[in-house]
Design a protein around this ligand. Structure first.
Ligand SMILES: [Zn+2]
Ligand SMILES: [Zn+2]
Length: 92
């Protein structure tokens, strides 16, 4: 258990490489599965590498702020299969 750097929930986390495709040099941050999927769903690797390569930049982006606010309200600890639909509904 760790704290997700995006939604700040204490949950099981996955490792996100802040600089995609540069795994050796990239800093690694803990993000929950939901936020991680969202990061890669809304940003391309190119955008991540050049614009959202810090936790602050990711967290303050419009996309992730909205998502984090939403996911905190769901009280979901684990991402169930059906959450995929909820996520896509939220994204419209
Ligand atoms: Zn999260
Ligand atoms: Zn990642």
């Amino acid at each position: 258990m760790d704290e997700c750097v995006i939604c700040e929930r204490e949950v099981e986390t996955t490792r996100h490489h802040l600089i995609p495709k540069n795994r050796k040099e990239s800093p690694i941050v803990p993000v929950c599965g939901s936020c991680h999927r969202q990061i890669h769903a809304v940003f391309t690797n190119h955008e991540l590498k050049h614009r959202f390569n810090t936790v602050t930049a990711l967290k303050e982006s419009e996309e992730m702020r909205k998502f984090a606010a939403w996911i905190r309200k769901t009280n979901k600890r684990h991402v169930a299969v059906d959450e995929t639909k909820r996520v896509s509904d939220w994204r419209g």
